[in-house]
Structures are given as C-alpha cells and as structure tokens.
Design a protein. Structure first.
Length: 711
C-alpha cells in the first residue's frame, strides 16, 4: 500500500514526541503519542467558547461550532506560526491552500502553543493572516504541549491517522490524504478517479475572519500597482477586496475591475477575482494583464471594451451559454463549474503566482510570493514554456530584471517604507525584495503600495516629499459586496454577514405616493470625505410598495453603474416570487446631499393597501476630523475612536484597535467605510372614498426618518 511505502517519510520528531504507527486493513494508522491525543482533547474542549483561561481562537467569529464535522477529515498544523521566516510562512500557507482547494472535504486548524504572547506578537500574527489571506482558524494555547512543528491528519478530531514533518513533500501528502479518504468514497458509492472538483465560487473563496474589520477600510492590503504613464492612469490591486482600482494622477477613481470573490470572466462590474496581484499595461493593445493569485490564473482586461478574459489556465472554459436558463443558474451559483484534472496541478502549473514582469515583447515572467518559482509564459498562447525553481537559479538567469525593477528604491530615504515584522529582509540580497510589484515610476514620482499601513504613498523625486495619496470619486466603487444584502425573496439560504440594522421605523399612512427623507446625523468628530454618490446606495421596495414612474435619462454604454446595484438589478428582473406584491422593486427615485454634518437621502414610492417595506443601504466614506481635539494617549485614542464607531464590541473591535495602534501612519488620513442600513415599515390603510363612493382619493404623504450614528 502507498502508506506503507511512505513509512520512511514519517519521523520521530524529538525526544519528547515519538510517533509509532500500526497498520490495519483499512489503512488507518493508530498513533500512541499522548501529546498529540492531548492536543485533540484540548481542541475539542475549546469549541464552545472563542476565548478561555488557556485558549484564544485568533480568527473565528460567531462561535466555533462550524469547525467540527462528524466524520470529517482534519489537518492540524501544530506549532508552526512563530519564529518563521517570511518565505517559510508563504510556502506553508500556499501548500495548505492547495490542499484545501484539492480536497474540499479537508478541514484545516492551526494550533500554536506559547508561554507568553505580547501584544506586538499578536498583532504580527494578525498581519500574517492578512498578508497570507488565511481562512482556516488558528487556536492559541498558553498550555504547553511538547510537540515539535508538524502536520497531523485526523478523522473526527480524535485518533491521529498520520503525522509528518511540516516540510514534507506536498505530492506525498496529497497521495496520503487521497488514500485515507478512499474508504469513505467507497462507503458512499463515490469513485475517486484522481481529479478535483472546484466548489462554487461562494464556497471556494473563504475570507479571513480575523481581518474582516479591514473590509471597512478603503483599502484592504493594497498589494501591487502598475502605471500607464502616457494615459495618466494607475492600476492598484486592492488585493483583499478582490478588485483592481483604476486611478488618475490626482487619486480620482476612474473605474474598477471586479465585483465579488470568485472566478468568472465578463464585464468589469460582473467579473469575479480572487486576490488580484501584479499587473502590467500593454499600450498597443490598451489591455491590462494581471495576476489572479488565488485562482492560479493570468487574466486580461480590455480597457476599451471593459471586459476581462482568462489567458491562463488554457483549459478554463468560460464561454457562457446564451440560453436564459444557463444564465439564471450561473447568477444563483448553481451553474456547472468545470472539473480540473490532477494533471492541471503538475509542477509546471502556476501555483499562487504574485509578481509579473514583461520580458521581451511576447514573454511574461511570473513569480510566486516567496520568489522560489519562476514561470515563463508566452503572451500570445498563454502556454508555460519554462519553469525555474530556486532563488539562486532565478537570480542567476533573471536577476538583472528583478534588480532593475527594485533600483528605484535607491531614490527613497531609508525608513520611509514599513516592512512586516516577520519579513525576511535578506532575501536575494535586497532588504525590500517583496516590494517587487508594489512600486512603479509615474511621471516625476514613485508610487508605492504600503500594505502594512494600508495606504498608497507618493514620493516626489524632485522635492523629496513622501505623502499619502488622496482618493476621490468613491461612487465608482459602488456598494461593497461584503455588506450588500441578498435579494431576500429570491435567495433564502444566503449567509449574510453584512451590516446590522442601524435604524428601523414604522409608519401607518394612507395609500398613495409617499416621499421619504432619511436624515443621517454623524458624530461631531467624524466627517464625510465627499458627498454620497447615488451608486453608493442600494434601495429595495417590497410588499405593496412600488416605484414611481419618472422619465429618466437612459444610461449610455460608457456610463458606469455601481457593481452591487447592477448585479441586484439583474437578479430583480427575474420573476422568482410567486406573487406580484412580493416582487422586488429597487428602481426607486432618490436624491441625496450633505449639510450640517448630516447625510440626507430622499426617495419616493407608491403604496397600495397592505404592508410594505423600504430598505436602504449606503456606503458612507468617512474619516476623523483633522481639527478635532482628541484627548488621551494620542494614537491609541484615535484607534479606539475609529474602532468604537465601526464595531460595537467583540474580538473584531479588539483586533481593529491593535492593528491601528501598530500602524505608523496618521490615523486622521485613514478613510473608512460605514455601512448604513435603514428599514422603513409601511402599513397602508384602505383607500379613502370620494363623496359619491364610486371613486377613490389619491393621497400624497411624506415621512422623515432621523438616524443617529453617534456612539
């Protein structure tokens, strides 16, 4: 059997942990190591509480019940998250992500013992989770278990089936998991023919819980940037927001590529990405080539047609059927997703690419984050024509190109850039090798992505001044996907992790036209960055409320509509609700403006006798007032004020405060997004009758809703 052949790959890890294996006819391995069994008992004892005297779940939310699954297969990463170099951490996480994509049934848990864990170390781990985009939970224990860094495969979080050193060959571990899973496939009547079925997009892309507070920052790990100097455009990969933001030299947002995490080609508003990274602009084609890291793909965005297509993998078929039913099924996440064969994951394939360098006219050099693998791709065919492994070989063959990209750093004073606390600054002999795709010359400046401070810096080569880029025109970003609500009458099982209700109010009115004005009162120490744009608002009228028909200017093909609004507009056009009174109507006339530190949103609906509801979501782009006097401990007070405003309580608030305190940037420059969620319940009485009792009287009503966001 394969596992018997692998016995030489398993080891006695140290004097305190000796692992013995007994083989059974079902290929299960019994481990007599008491420390590992003790770890399982400890993990099971912590599932009911996110924090206790001896444990702390670093990156879970809403409880830990979903971690355990009966008859589930588990991979425990024991004691592997402290004292690792940057390249080690990248390799570890990429291998685990590969296993999660390859084996959707596999549950991964990180386990780390510590004697003392300082605030700085905890903050560094949060940075690590954000930077590596870790979605699996990590359990911290101040109870020491004498176990060296290792990987443990288990079933039901009980007896370990396999224990191996953490740097074991990935292909060996894959084969071991396949064999261990074969009995379950046979029991359930499923055949394992050695191929991987990708999950639906909503299930495949899991986002880190511990860094969810950073969703409400304008940028969430701005990882890479490139430029079109002739056209005066910058292409910023807002990686953890799964989008590419197109800016001009003044920071005005011109356009956005990406609407939701996943893997799908299409128009800019509808295309799905998974952590976009490096890019380069092809001036002749007016196209942007970019890395889609978590999808192991190279994508091509036609900036004229505003359409994205996949260049690699070659066999990715995204030629969507023109049939209406196929389109509907795709929109609801029920469409067929092509299987990717094992051969797609051979050593030649891209695996978590990150950096991108154009080499000659028809070649692309693609590197992973750790700079341990380089792929050469033909730009026309999308084929991989060369793979180079090992940093020394890469630098020997292509080091001049890499160092040329980094040479602009010589013009920037030391100490200007922040580095992750665990970065291996000696990589390749350059202290900032990981910034390979995070900077670009642009006119007389150098533009730099500061993924630690979550800002984009602009260094003026003439004046020597380094400043944060000031952004504007946020309406182009639309309503962010992470707090956009599901269409409630259509998708009933969608998990909604968005904003709670900020305000709920009831009105009893006569039927007819109802004008609604929502007045949002902001705290005195917080201000809007710019006026609320219509594309940052999503509206929905349900029940007996319908839109007011008005003559509107028809949007031309070049007009950009907020991605969230357009996506839901398409869903709303599908008549899935059985009764007309329940159909979603969201084309409500609306106006909005600001004044007196308030936001005013106006809309109007027609109501018939019965009950109805008007739902309003809006994205408010805010910052602290610069002229406000803050008492207390300077930066700590600013951090606490931002966290208090965005989050009421809990671990997410604590993580936000720690992250902001450790940032070296002026928190008064930080732009954050406040989700606004208002619901208005309307109870419409019967129509009043005219004196002749044969006709009804149409009425006009108006209501005013006052919402306070002061905290």
């Amino acid at each position: 059997m394969f596992l018997k052949e692998l016995i030489e790959g398993f080891l006695i890890m140290d004097a305190t942990l000796r692992v013995f294996f007994r083989f059974s006819t079902t290929t299960e391995l019994q481990c007599e190591s008491s420390p590992i069994n003790d770890i399982f008992s400890f993990i099971n004892s912590t599932l009911d509480e996110s924090e206790g005297p001896n444990h702390y779940w670093l990156n879970t939310s809403n409880g830990n019940k979903g971690i355990f699954e009966e008859d589930g297969m588990y991979l425990i990463l024991a004691n592997q998250f402290l004292e690792m170099t940057s390249s080690d951490s990248i390799d570890l996480v990429e291998n685990v992500k590969f296993l999660q994509q390859r084996f959707p049934h596999l549950h991964v848990i990180g386990f780390q013992c510590y004697s003392t864990l300082s605030v700085a170390e905890k903050s560094a781990m949060i940075q690590f989770i954000m930077r590596e985009y870790i979605s699996f939970p990590i359990l911290l224990s101040n109870k020491i278990f004498e176990v060296a860094g290792c990987c443990i495969i288990s079933k039901d979080l009980s007896n370990p089936l396999l224990v191996c050193e953490r740097d074991m060959d990935l292909s060996i571990l894959c084969k071991a998991i396949e064999e261990l899973h074969e009995p379950e496939n046979e029991k359930s009547g499923l055949s394992n023919k050695g191929k991987t079925t990708y999950l639906k997009q909503a299930e495949m892309i899991k986002e880190p819980n511990s860094c969810s507070f950073m969703h409400n920052f304008l940028l969430h790990y701005p990882g890479c940037i490139s430029a079109d100097e002739e056209g005066g455009r910058l292409f910023l990969s807002d990686s953890n927001h799964n989008r590419i933001v197109i800016l001009n030299s003044y920071g005005k947002i011109l356009d956005m590529i990406g609407s939701y995490p996943g893997f799908e080609d299409g128009e800019f508003e509808l295309v799905k990405l998974a952590r976009p990274a490096a890019s380069f602009y092809h001036s002749t084609q007016n196209c942007l080539y970019f890395v889609d890291s978590e999808n192991h793909a190279i994508r091509k965005a036609d900036l004229g047609k505003r359409v994205v297509e996949t260049l690699y993998p070659e066999n990715y078929s995204n030629k969507k059927s023109t049939q209406l039913w196929s389109w509907i099924m795709d929109k609801f996440g029920l469409g067929s997703i092509p299987d990717r064969e094992v051969e797609d994951f051979n050593p030649q394939s891209l695996m978590f690419p990150w950096h991108l360098i154009r080499y000659m006219d028809d070649r692309l050099l693609i590197l992973n984050r750790s700079l341990g693998t380089l792929w050469t791709m033909d730009l026309v065919s999308g084929k991989i024509i060369e793979v180079v492994r090992g940093l020394s070989r890469i630098m020997e063959n292509y080091g001049h190109l890499i160092m040329d990209r980094l040479s602009v750093l010589k013009q920037i004073p030391d100490g200007t850039l922040q580095q992750p606390s665990d970065a291996n600054i000696a990589t390749g002999g350059s202290p900032y090798m990981d910034l390979l795709s995070s900077l670009t010359p642009f006119k007389n400046c150098i533009i730099i992505c500061d993924s630690v401070g979550q800002v984009v810096l602009k260094y003026n080569k003439q004046s020597g001044v380094c400043s944060s880029s000031q952004f504007s025109n946020f309406g182009v970003l639309g309503l962010p996907y992470w707090f956009a609500p599901p269409p409630e009458k259509v998708i009933t099982t969608a998990e909604f992790r968005g904003a709670g209700i900020d305000h709920l109010q009831f009105f009893r009115l006569l039927p007819g036209e109802v004008g609604i004005q929502i007045n949002v009162d902001l705290p005195s120490d917080i201000e809007l960055v710019e006026s609320l744009h219509k594309d940052s608002i999503w509206r929905q009228a349900r029940g007996t409320a319908t839109e007011i028909s008005i003559v509107e200017v028809v949007a031309g093909p070049s007009e950009k509509v907020g991605s969230a609004q357009q996506w839901y507009d398409e869903l709303d056009s599908l008549a899935f609700s059985p009764q007309e009174s329940e159909m979603v109507e969201d084309n409500v006339r609306a106006q909005n403006y600001i004044g007196d530190n308030k936001v005013h949103i106006e809309c109007a609906v027609n109501t018939s006798p019965g009950t109805s509801e008007v739902i309003v979501y809006a994205a408010l782009y805010l910052r602290l007032r610069r002229n406000q006097d803050f008492e207390g401990n300077g930066k700590k007070h600013l951090a606490m004020r931002i966290a208090d405003f965005l989050y009421r309580r809990g671990k997410i608030k604590e993580n936000c405060i720690q992250f902001l305190i450790n940032s070296k940037r002026d928190l008064r420059e930080l732009i954050f997004v406040k989700p606004l969620h208002v619901r208005i319940k309307l109870d419409s009485l019967a129509h009043p009758k005219a004196e002749n009792s044969k006709s009804i009287i149409l009425t006009k009503s108006s209501v005013e809703v006052n919402v306070s966001l002061s905290s």
